[in-house]
Ligand binder design. Structure first.
Ligand code: UD1
Ligand code: MG
Length: 505
């Protein structure tokens, strides 16, 4: 979504070179994800939504990870993102200098954002840019008011209310630490004033770094107009420096996603236990039960019912489908289909309209036609099933010979018995049946009944003879003597009890 018309005189510099030591992670800080996307991706997305002339990502620490991530995100965003390398992390001011060096001829408004502020919306940056231009400022900082400003740079104002400096928490006096207006890390600069200011930075501070925040004081001393634009929603500017803040930002982003789904007409019973990634789309009159997580490019069509306790990633769920206690990935569930409870859908499954994958069924790379059902306790992998077929309980599509995977084709209107093994590659024709316990190794022609295995043999009295004195032997003795008594009574003319007749055939 491009928010605004092109502003040819804008460039956005996204800082992502820091070490992020507070994360205590082998993964670079800005690659940690919330809402199914890295923080770096969120910040580059916000930059792209502004449609600026240039986007520059400053990379440095662990750039072997961050550089390729920037390239992948740029291709996703379908726009150029210039990478500037900050070889040594000498602070945010130094990082901005490295970014500007990559667009050295640029003149106009330079927006600086931090890649660890993942909730920032393009609309808010746009308001900052508008305020910056409308006020004729050379430097405008996006500030926020926080009940607990610990860790942030404080916005220092004079008696007239003008911004005079930004003082980092570590460098601040006790009186300055009481200031509740803080630097969000997002700025708008006139490019020339910024270049001049960066040239004058020094590292006389507690961290021995070049701070971008010092440009505020430098620009003011040089006679330029400096201001702050106070953001309405402080939540949006939460910086993420550690995993506690990562979880807080993730929860905030999720609250946004859940609210959006509800405003678009979905019922979400328990927003707190429902997680919706930023690329998920949800239709109207969808009902989402507690414990549901929707990730990736998942789409839920109108009237579907999802959950409880269901995780779907890159799934398409059709209109009116019901998906209960299911784990699914990269697959399609057709309209009015029924899935679950306790169903595992692996990539490449395509369940047709009105189809069913029932309890304790695992499916993988299986195309299951309209109205076909795999109701219970079955593994169906590498298979094609026609329409209106039924796979009996406890069946296995034996697709793997230890080296290669093979495919099974099942026709339409097929009825296979419980505990059928399909030894792939094998084909079962339209309208065919199999008996319970059949091992299908050879193709079954249309309309045939496949059975396998020998005739059943009962060795009478085996238990009493071989396992005498066990509970099984005692039970068998008791059953035999009671059936002998019944036969004797039946001979006297007693009628069988109606309830004993099995009418369910
Ligand atoms: C920074 C601000 C602080 C502000 C806060 C908001 C400075 C000196 N401080 O503090 O005023 O309240 O953000 O969240 O600017 N980075 C580099 N290269 C470096 C150092 C950092 O690219 O040499 C990047 C980091 O990857 C990060 C961003 O700059 O994305 C901010 O760095 P961080 O160390 O998180 O600064 P904060 O302590 O949060
Ligand atoms: Mg930070």
């Amino acid at each position: 979504m491009n928010l605004v018309q092109t502003h040819p005189s804008s460039a956005v510099v996204v800082l992502a070179a820091g070490a992020g030591t507070r994360m205590k992670s082998a993964t670079q800080k800005t690659l940690h994800a919330i809402g199914g996307r890295s923080m770096l991706h969120h910040s580059l997305q916000a930059a792209a939504d502004l449609n600026p002339e240039h986007i520059v990502a400053v990379v440095g620490h662990q750039r072997d990870q961050v550089g390729p991530a920037v390239d992948a995100i740029a291709s996703d965003l379908q726009r150029e993102v210039v990478q500037a390398i900050q070889a040594e992390q000498n602070g945010t001011g130094h990082a901005v200098g490295c970014g500007l060096a990559a667009i050295e001829d640029f003149e106009g408004t330079v927006i600086v954002t931090n890649a660890d502020v993942p909730l920032l919306r393009a609309g808010t940056i746009d308001k900052l840019r508008t305020a910056h231009v409308d006020n004729g400022n050379a430097v405008t900082v996006l500030s926020i008011k926080l009940a607990d400003p610990t860790g942030y740079g404080r916005i220092v104002r004079n008696d007239a209310g003008e911004v005079t400096a930004i003082v980092e928490h570590k460098d601040a006096s006790d009186a300055q630490r009481d200031i509740d207006e803080v630097n969000s890390g997002v700025f708008a600069f006139d490019s020339q004033v910024l270049r001049d200011g960066l040239g004058k930075l020094d590292s006389n501070n507690s961290q021995g770094e070049l701070y971008i925040t010092d440009v505020v004081e430098i620009a003011r001393a040089a006679g330029h107009r400096v201001g702050a634009f106070v953001a309405e929603d402080a939540n949006e500017l939460q910086g993420v420096n550690d995993r506690v803040q990562l979880a807080a930002a993730g929860a905030e982003l999720n609250a946004r996603m859940v609210e959006q789904a509800m405003r678009n007409g979905a019922t979400i019973i328990d927003p707190a236990s429902t997680w919706i990634g930023v690329d998920v789309t949800i239709g109207r009159d969808v009902l989402i039960h507690p414990g549901t997580q929707l990730w990736g490019a998942t789409h839920i069509d109108d009237d579907a019912v999802i959950g409880p306790d269901t995780t779907l990633t890159d799934m398409k769920v059709g209109r009116g489908a019901k998906v209960i206690r299911t784990h699914g990935e990269r697959s399609v569930i057709g309209p009015d289909a029924n899935v679950g409870p306790f169903t595992f859908i692996r990539p490449g499954t395509d369940l047709g309209e009105g189809g069913k994958l029932g309890g304790f069924v695992e499916a993988k790379n299986a195309q299951i036609g309209r109205g076909s059902k795999v109701p219970h306790l079955t593994y169906i992998g590498d298979a094609t099933v026609g329409e209106e077929s039924n796979i009996g309980a406890s069946s296995v599509f034996v697709n793997y010979d230890g080296v290669n995977k093979h495919h099974t084709n099942i026709g339409s209107h097929v009825r296979t018995g419980s505990d059928t093994m399909f030894i792939a590659p094998v084909n079962v024709g339209d309208g065919a049946y199999s008996g319970a316990g059949t091992i299908i190794k050879d193709d079954v022609p249309p309309g045939a009944l496949a059975v396998s295995g020998g005739k059943q043999r009962n060795i009478e009295g085996w238990v009493q003879k071989k396992r005498p004195g066990t509970p099984a032997a005692d039970a068998a003795d008791a059953a035999q003597s009671s059936s002998a008594n019944e036969q004797a009574a039946g001979a006297d003319g007693a009628k069988p009890d109606d309830d004993s007749v099995n009418s369910d055939v």
